[in-house]
Design a protein around this ligand. Structure first.
Ligand SMILES: Nc1ncnc2c1ncn2[C@@H]1O[C@H](COP(=O)(O)OP(=O)(O)OP(=O)(O)O)[C@@H](O)[C@H]1O
Ligand SMILES: [Mg+2]
Length: 149
């Protein structure tokens, strides 16, 4: 089982699609291991998106991600990191396939409603930025025997 860091961005919260987005992860069989509704500080935003510092979209990205509350989550499941990136869809919603979250709910790269870790290293780094170890809950979903053989 793998853990991924997922965050519904301020536009996802303002557009009231938090429930819909969580439902997609639940329906696929993923388990919510941690969740925190919060407003991100500039400090945390610049740590989280540090890899993009210096790029033309960096400042607008920090403005965007700190502009309102977000829902930060740790999501667990088989091959979670890659599988969740597939459910989320391409960075530019215009390129994201219908059926993906960005493909179904967003228009622009700068308003693409959700973040998901892109590798094991990113997942470990991002989870530790947003959650203490004791905030990540281990439990079983009652349908797990029907999800995994
Ligand atoms: N050219 C761009 N113009 C505007 N915003 C951009 C652009 N490129 C990236 N961004 C913003 O920065 C975020 C991080 O970019 P990245 O290349 O890491 O894409 P991603 O991994 O698909 O997205 P995320 O890290 O948020 O999951 C994007 O999700 C988007 O919100
Ligand atoms: Mg990224």
């Amino acid at each position: 089982m793998e853990l991924s860091f997922v965050m519904i961005k301020p536009d996802g919260v303002q557009r009231a699609i938090v429930g819909e987005v969580i439902s997609r992860f639940e329906q696929k069989g993923f388990k919510i291991a941690a969740a925190k509704f919060m407003q991100i500080s500039r400090e945390l935003a610049s740590e989280h998106y540090g890899e993009h510092e210096g790029k033309p979209f960096y400042e607008p990205l920090i403005e965007y991600i700190t502009s309102g509350p977000v829902l930060a989550m740790v999501i667990e499941g088989e091959n979670a990191i890659e599988a969740i990136r597939k459910l989320v869809g391409k960075t530019n919603p215009q390129d994201a396939d219908p059926g993906t979250i960005r493909g179904d709910f967003a228009q622009m790269t700068g308003r693409n409603i959700i973040h998901a870790s892109d590798s094991m290293e990113s997942a470990v780094r991002e989870i530790s930025l947003f959650f203490r170890p004791d905030e990540i809950i281990e439990y079983e979903r009652s349908d797990e025997p029907w999800l995994y053989e």
